[in-house]
Design a protein around this ligand. Structure first.
Ligand SMILES: C[S@@+](CC[C@H](N)C(=O)[O-])C[C@H]1O[C@@H](n2cnc3c(N)ncnc32)[C@H](O)[C@@H]1O
Length: 256
């Protein structure tokens, strides 16, 4: 079994828990609540009428929130269960997003459509062994002048949790529970790779993108790590030796 099969099986299992979790709160979403946070809302700006590719879209809440804002959304994810759930929600809500089940790198190699915006967020890069390949797919999917937006968990927290900060040739292979409150101790195998900030930024620069924004935030909108403290609505913070830990970073880059 290769890493894609193992991670797909895990995300298929996780999705079935996630759609029923308070963490994702699908019921509120169906009744009109957006799943997007201030960081990406402010960074993405007005998406109305834009062709938007959402990579690693999970079961589609963010994709469909963007569709509600008027974007023409295509969501891509490895998990067929997640894509099935996203497609079902799209139909139930009468939205016009399209969902594709694929590995992001394979999608990047085979996709011929070009988009105004490519977006990906919160827990995406660790699943990818090769950011050069990933970044090439992003550039190929963008129109000239198009924007790429990444909002990702900061690797600093991984380091404090005992993972490598720097890229390694071998992945981490572990049995893990998922991050939603209803996981009930169930574990499944995950295969992940660490990516330092410089490796992410270099992959984007080397692909030809121009970086226009790089931000770090001392909070996470999600309660998904040990040791987080709620300080305001959708703001969880963590301290290390009395200092704030950077928990999120965000990058905006443009195809010239
Ligand atoms: C933590 S979730 C993304 C979170 C998302 N922002 C959300 O909460 O709605 C990670 C997603 O990446 C997907 N994924 C993992 N490896 C992938 C790959 N190689 N290609 C495409 N999707 C992948 C998983 O199936 C999962 O849906």
């Amino acid at each position: 079994m290769n890493y894609l099969d193992i991670n797909k099986a895990t995300w298929d299992k996780r999705t079935l828990l996630h759609v029923k979790s308070q963490f994702y709160d699908v019921d509120s979403f169906i009744h009109g609540q957006s799943s997007l946070n201030d960081i990406e809302i402010n960074q993405l700006g007005d998406v109305e009428g834009k062709d938007l590719l959402h990579l690693q879209c999970h079961f589609g809440l963010d994709s469909l929130s963007l569709a509600r804002l008027g974007a023409n959304v295509t969501g891509v994810d490895l998990s067929s269960t997640a894509i099935h759930e996203a497609t079902t929600l799209n139909g139930q809500l009468g939205l016009n997003a399209t969902f594709v089940c694929d590995d992001v790198c394979h999608f990047g190699d085979t996709n011929t459509q070009q988009f105004d915006v490519v977006y990906t967020s919160y827990g995406v890069l660790c699943w990818l062994p090769d950011l050069t390949h990933w970044a090439r797919g992003i550039v190929n999917a963008l129109k000239c002048g198009g924007e790429f937006h990444l909002v990702e968990f900061h690797t600093f927290n991984d380091l404090l949790s005992g993972y490598s900060y720097f890229p390694k040739s071998e992945p981490d292979i572990e049995e893990e529970t998922t991050y939603t409150e209803n996981c009930d101790g169930q574990v499944s195998k995950v295969i992940t790779w660490p990516h330092s900030l410089s490796s992410v930024i270099s992959a984007l620069i080397n692909s030809g993108l121009i970086i226009e924004l790089f931000e770090e935030h001392a909070y996470s909108p999600y309660d998904c790590f040990d040791g987080l403290k709620l300080v305001a609505e959708k703001r969880y913070q963590m301290q290390h030796k009395g200092q704030q830990v950077p928990l999120i970073y965000a990058i905006k880059a443009r195809k010239p």
